[in-house]
Design a protein. Structure first.
Length: 641
């Protein structure tokens, strides 16, 4: 005991020399020290310390736990003690709040409960930011019972942030393709506000987002900012974007909004009247453009060349031709922002056509021969080669190769080309074997005195003749002196037709002529006899003409009467009677008419005789494997009646 009294005297002497504020601090610390330490010293020097205390230990029935609270709201930190013996107090961040229940130094704090229940819970009225601290419930030692301390309870205070604001305001005018930054800020929240951008459809934006926070001077609250880097497009025009702010202190989110006006160049939809364009169709193009500003200028182009004078939203090609196939039709639309162009490539379907004429081929026996069939069409034509009218397909390629030409392989080859939906086309090419020429004319030909007479020398020659000579009575027919002779030559398949024309033929011009021909492989000739043909009497000619006129008039009358008659039976009887009469007159008239035709021209070939071709040795000697009928028709003057 004396030690305690001595200590107190020494402490009183020392404190008399200190300032009053320091004395109060020392007294507070000393009180805690004396309450906890001196009893322990006394207990150690008393007889009771030599034996264990009989009182039960102090313990917490309920300890304070971590919790949160919203600024301005009340809160309670629980603390219930069993077997309380010492003095109980609460500490905040290690500083004691006092041991009486009223806690007069802290008007918002009160220890609620009853001593009997050992309940010393700390009630905080109107939580403030300074309450954001670590709280602990402590009970001091007493009468040999050890003091106890609760766990540290983190008391977190939530502060609602200020309403969010968008730095760029509530309206932004921009241009498509130009990058803009939209920044949303929310200040003084604890914790910092959770910010979210929502697009015009209400979807959360996750790309190109940057979130930042900045701690304020109280080291408790913070400002939050969310930046969205955006490249506006046409679909953003007229949309409203929303910034959403959330915080545990808020019962519902806060919002800020901004509307966009996006100026953009025209966006084009180019439509074609039909997906399938056939040659001859009318093709209509429609150019639909959406733009801001909407004042646009339209230009149509074909193969990138402007179509003059057409600035409407439609363009029509009337009766499109195959020349348009693979051409490009473009619609170019411009406004104050920019220019946009949309292009369509035409796919015109058209039937097959030969790009060039297929020439006949002359080749040596044993040589290789290539036949080409160049066909254009869309889609690509299917090509087949056949031989001599057979259905057997030799090739489906555009080129046909005959590796070794023989007599059996010389002849008529046919190229057929087809495109689905269009008529088939075909062309023939003749393959000849080179050899000496052959004259294939009628050995007897006719003409009329005083008229123009034509002698025809038909020549089969592969290669073409190098020389053709007409002679009479072993003398060359002189056409250079203009003695009334003229020679005309026509090209035919596999040869030529050489015609000797005699103007105003007289008696001496009739007789025998020789047609001789040469080529690189040999020579041939033929004697051709020109006979005089008598003209029919003028009376017969007139009768034929009159008969023809009567026949035509009769037929006309019958047609008119048949149309007017209603009775089928009478029509048939009448028609039968008329036809009987007309057939009689027609028979005589037709006979006269034919006679007139026979005698009217020395060039008529209606009744010429080809028996010479079937019986002569020349007709059997055919180096081309053809009958003369395979070649263009040869016209000879008719025989006399």
């Amino acid at each position: 005991m004396w030690r305690t009294i001595g200590y107190r005297r020494w402490f009183s002497w020392r404190t008399s020399k200190l300032p009053r504020l320091h004395i109060m601090t020392i007294l507070f610390i000393s009180t805690v020290f004396l309450e906890e330490c001196i009893p322990k010293v006394i207990a150690q020097n008393t007889p009771a310390s030599r034996s264990r205390s009989s009182r039960p230990p102090q313990e917490f029935a309920i300890e304070p736990a971590d919790r949160t609270a919203i600024v301005g709201k009340p809160a309670v930190l629980p603390c219930r003690v069993l077997n309380k013996a010492g003095t109980l107090q609460w500490t905040r961040d290690g500083f004691g709040l006092g041991s009486d229940r009223e806690l007069r130094g802290f008007p918002r704090y009160t220890m609620v409960g009853s001593d009997d229940e050992g309940d010393f819970s700390l009630q905080i009225n109107s939580v403030s930011l300074e309450d954001d601290a670590m709280f602990q419930c402590q009970v001091g030692a007493s009468d040999g019972v050890a003091g106890i301390r609760s766990r540290n309870a983190a008391f977190t205070v939530y502060v609602p942030p200020e309403p969010p604001k968008i730095v760029q305001g509530d309206f932004l005018r921009t241009t498509a393709g130009m990058t803009v930054e939209l920044t949303c800020e929310s200040h003084a929240g604890k914790p910092p506000a959770e910010l979210t951008w929502l697009d015009g459809e209400g979807n959360v934006v996750t790309d190109d987002i940057e979130y930042t926070t900045q701690l304020l001077g109280d080291n408790k609250r913070a400002n939050a900012a969310l930046k969205w880097t955006l490249t506006p497009r046409r679909e953003h025009d007229g949309k409203t974007f929303t910034c959403r702010s959330e915080n545990p202190a808020l019962t519902q989110p806060l919002h800020a909004r901004i509307s966009l006006e996006v100026k953009y160049p025209p966006e084009i939809t180019l439509k074609v009247s039909s997906d399938k364009i056939m040659e001859g169709d009318n093709v209509k193009f429609t150019c639909e453009a959406v733009a801001n500003p909407a004042d646009v200028n339209i230009k149509w182009q074909r193969n990138d060349e402007v179509i003059a004078g057409d600035h409407s939203t439609t363009y029509t090609i009337s009766r499109v031709t195959r020349e348009y196939n693979k051409d490009t039709i473009s619609c170019e639309v411009s406004n104050a922002v920019g220019t946009t162009k949309s292009t369509h490539t035409l796919n015109v379907l058209y039937g097959p056509v030969f790009r060039s004429t297929i020439e006949n081929v002359a080749a040596d026996i044993g040589s290789e021969v290539t036949l080409s069939c160049d066909v254009d069409g869309n889609p690509k034509p299917d090509t087949v080669w056949t031989f001599e009218g057979s259905d057997a397909v030799l090739s489906t390629q555009s080129k046909l190769v005959i590796p070794q030409l023989t007599l059996d392989r010389a002849g008529r080859y046919t190229c057929r080309a087809t495109v689905v939906g269009f008529p088939e086309i075909s062309t023939d090419v003749l393959v000849f074997i080179k050899g000496p020429p052959r004259v294939r004319s009628d050995p007897v030909q006719y003409g009329m005195e005083g008229e123009v007479v034509k002698l025809q020398c038909v020549i089969a020659s592969v290669p073409p003749p190098t020389r053709i000579l007409w002679s009479r009575n072993s003398q060359h027919v002189d056409i250079d002196n203009n003695d009334g002779y003229e020679i005309v030559e026509e090209t035919i398949a596999g040869g030529v037709k050489n015609i000797l024309i005699i103007h105003n033929a007289d008696e001496d011009d009739f007789g025998q002529y020789n047609c001789s021909v040469w080529n690189a492989f040999g020579q041939d000739s033929m004697l051709i006899l020109l006979k005089k043909q008598k003209s029919l009497p003028m009376l017969i000619i007139l009768a034929g003409v009159i008969g023809g006129i009567v026949f035509i008039v009769s037929v006309t009358i019958v047609i008119i009467l048949c149309l007017r008659r209603k009775s089928v039976i009478k029509d048939e009887d009448y028609g039968s009677e008329k036809k009987t009469k007309q057939s009689d007159s027609a028979s005589s008239g037709d006979s006269d008419f034919k006679a007139e035709i026979r005698t009217a021209s020395s060039l008529s070939n209606n009744e010429h005789d080809r028996s010479w071709e079937e019986n002569s040795d020349r007709a059997q000697d055919n180096i081309f494997k053809y009958n003369p009928n395979d070649y263009p028709e040869t016209n000879f003057p008719p025989k006399p009646a």
